[in-house]
Write a protein that binds this ligand. Sequence first.
Ligand code: ZN
Length: 149
Amino acid sequence: MSTDLHDLYQEIILKHSREPKNSGTMDNADGEANGNNPLCGDRIVVYVKLDGDRIADAKFEARGCAISVASASMMTELLIGKTINEARAEGSRFIDLLTSKDPPEVADDDELAALLGVRQFPARIKCATLPWQTLAAAMDGSETEVTTE
Ligand code: ZN
């Protein structure tokens, strides 16, 4: 990875963690789930509003590191408007990107690529995947808390 690209990725993460998109609570959410990453201390609540099988809106409240907040912010930007199945597919693709030995291709201009740096820091991978696992639980309507441990 070139230094310029590395700097750009740092900027994207900082931008999303300082001014996260779709941060806040939601009244009358159709689904809501709590996520907990005890390894880092990240806690998140993800809310979804559904329109049929489509995600009409998604919000989150996060108290955690820059990686977890940035990942949640990018996730909501990407998934609002998608169907539940599309959102699940994007979620497993993202988790593959971070964890698979042979990760799928990702375009340089895909903001999610900014998070690929965590591949070098296995402890941080859970920071990045926590919001996605929590969103999946929120869409399920399951009440259980998601924990990365
Ligand atoms: Zn974290």
